[in-house]
Design a protein around this ligand. Structure first.
Ligand code: UDP
Length: 245
């Protein structure tokens, strides 16, 4: 695919519409391609700046999609606007629906035991054509054992929710064992299983989902301090660009 990437503070994002991205994934699934999707938000962009190993993995993924309005805002401020926000959660839903339509094999990894169990139950109930070949919570000791199981089951899609950068390290290490679509989905199973609610549609439309999450989970404040720092760095880069011009 033609690569049209936009650099935001060192992370190279794909700039396509959600529809184009979905068409591409559809094709990848039909061709049994091996693909790795990462979904950075501002916090992840900042952590990639401080961690070369992580940054190399992110920038070598097949698809780097802008999860979070902060990325779209940053792109605008830098004068390199992007088509639209594409969230990890919506990508997870698209992959699950498509797996159901095509009767594909899916493996789920990550989140707390009760969350992954509830996610597996939802798939069995609502997406009956999916062949759920296995699932495991994200608090395991023997990583090799899990990787072996995934290899044996040969899923078409592997959904990994271990948080960043753990999920990206895991995928990067084991992806060559199975030709699948591999994606790090962060806290998506918490929402998918119904354990946590996503913000109401209006709040999402107003781009205030971050604020909703903060009210629900005030302990996220530390993590959210990444946003002002991120905006500050964007402004600094903006100024540098003006001087260069
Ligand atoms: N998690 C896990 N194993 C770990 C650490 C985290 O399975 O060792 C899970 C955790 O239960 C949660 C997800 O990883 O479901 C990460 O959640 P977070 O809120 O950090 O995700 P994000 O904000 O990146 O979407």
């Amino acid at each position: 695919m033609h690569k049209n990437r936009i650099n935001i503070l060192g992370t190279e994002f794909d700039n396509f519409t959600e529809k184009q991205f979905h068409d591409q994934l559809n094709q990848d699934l039909d061709n049994q391609e091996n693909k790795f999707i990462v979904t950075p938000n501002p916090e992840i962009v900042l952590s990639a700046r401080e961690n070369t190993r992580f940054s190399n993995i992110v920038n070598n993924a097949d698809y780097v999609i802008p999860d979070g309005i902060g990325i779209i805002k940053g792109a605008n401020m830098l004068g390199t606007p992007m088509h639209e926000r594409i969230t990890g959660f919506d990508t997870l839903m698209y992959l699950i629906k498509t797996a159901n339509q095509k009767s594909l094999k899916v493996y789920l990894l990550g989140a707390k035991p009760e969350v992954i169990q509830a996610s597996a139950n939802r798939i069995k109930k609502e997406f009956k054509n999916i062949d759920l070949v296995g699932y495991h919570d994200g608090y395991f000791k023997d990583e090799e054992k899990i990787a072996k199981e995934i290899e044996e089951k040969q899923p078409n899609i592997v959904l990994v929710a271990l948080g960043s950068p753990k999920q990206e390290y895991f995928i990067n290490k084991y992806r060559t064992k199975v030709n699948a679509i591999w994606i790090g989905v962060g806290g998506s199973f918490d929402v998918f299983s119904g354990t946590k609610k996503r913000a109401p549609k209006l709040v999402q439309k107003l781009s205030l989902e971050w604020f909703y999450r903060l009210i629900k989970e005030p302990t996220r404040i530390g993590r959210m301090m990444a946003i002002p720092k991120y905006l500050h760095l964007i402004k600094k880069t903006q100024k540098k660009n003006i001087i260069k011009k």
